[in-house]
Design a protein around this ligand. Structure first.
Ligand SMILES: Nc1ncnc2c1ncn2[C@@H]1O[C@H](COP(=O)(O)OP(=O)(O)OP(=O)(O)O)[C@@H](O)[C@H]1O
Ligand SMILES: [Mg+2]
Length: 231
């Protein structure tokens, strides 16, 4: 298994000293998103070290562990940034994807191939036992400079796990459906002319388990934010 690969440990000092840019600086509940250059190679480091106290000590480490675990299970999947190394419990180091997130892409820009490939990325991801659960945010899908789709931000993901409990299997299946539905919505919004009649029919069907998936996907941070911070 790819996940057995030993990852290098990156020191915080090395990351801080080699930060060349920030996609976002930490504030309240949000992590720093550092762009770091190591040996001429760019990486992205999501870092809760400078977030609010409770986020730094409680929520951040949970989200970081979740994202690290997902990326480790997804190593080698095309369209998912590779895990670069281990850090501390506040931060995770990820391959930098040159490209643009879909929230900055205009309607009519994406090709049919892009959407087909995006669906393939999801199928591979689901086959490894990870459902993303936050693909309604278009910021979490990127158009790479290579023209290919990339999926980022696994903070809200769920794992299938190894259990054979039929309820959990069913539950995971619902999250898979929600992911697949979310990228159809992306296609509807950004490439409405490319939707097939089958996809239009699919989109018209209500999701059987839409509400819980959305609650987890979109509100994990909103809720914790409300509970744990002054803002
Ligand atoms: N590996 C990466 N390579 C290049 N850009 C990235 C990478 N990871 C994240 N980004 C950029 O940073 C943005 C935010 O990243 P991400 O969604 O992981 O953080 P977040 O803390 O969940 O932020 P948000 O709350 O805005 O979703 C993405 O929309 C993307 O544009
Ligand atoms: Mg995000």
């Amino acid at each position: 298994m790819m996940s057995k690969f030993k990852l290098p440990r990156l020191s915080r000092k090395m990351i801080e000293e080699n930060t060349v840019d920030y996609y976002r600086t930490a504030g309240g509940t949000r992590p720093d998103l550092r762009v770091v250059e190591l040996d001429g190679r760019k990486i992205v480091v999501k870092d809760f070290k400078r977030s609010d106290f409770l986020f730094r000590v409680i929520v951040g480490p949970i989200l970081i562990r979740r994202e690290f675990g997902a990326l480790r299970d997804l190593m080698g999947v095309e369209g998912i940034p590779q895990l670069v190394g281990k850090m501390d419990r506040y931060a995770v180091a990820i391959e930098h994807i040159p490209g643009t997130s879909l929230e900055h892409i205009e309607q009519g820009t994406l090709s049919n191939d892009f959407h087909t490939q995006l669906r393939r990325v999801l199928d591979d991801m689901h086959a490894r036992g990870v459902a993303h659960c936050d693909l309604r945010s278009r910021g979490n899908v990127m158009l790479g400079d290579d023209g290919r789709p990339y999926v980022v931000d696994f903070a809200a993901c769920v794992y299938r796990g190894r259990g054979i409990n039929p309820f959990f299997k069913w539950l995971f299946g619902q999250f898979v459906l929600a992911d697949n539905n979310a990228i159809l919505r992306i296609k509807k919004r950004l490439s409405p002319d490319l939707l097939t009649p089958e996809e239009t029919t699919e989109l018209a069907k209500p999701l059987p388990f839409e509400i819980p998936a959305r609650v987890i996907g979109e509100n994990v941070r909103k809720i914790t934010r409300k509970l744990l911070t002054k803002y």
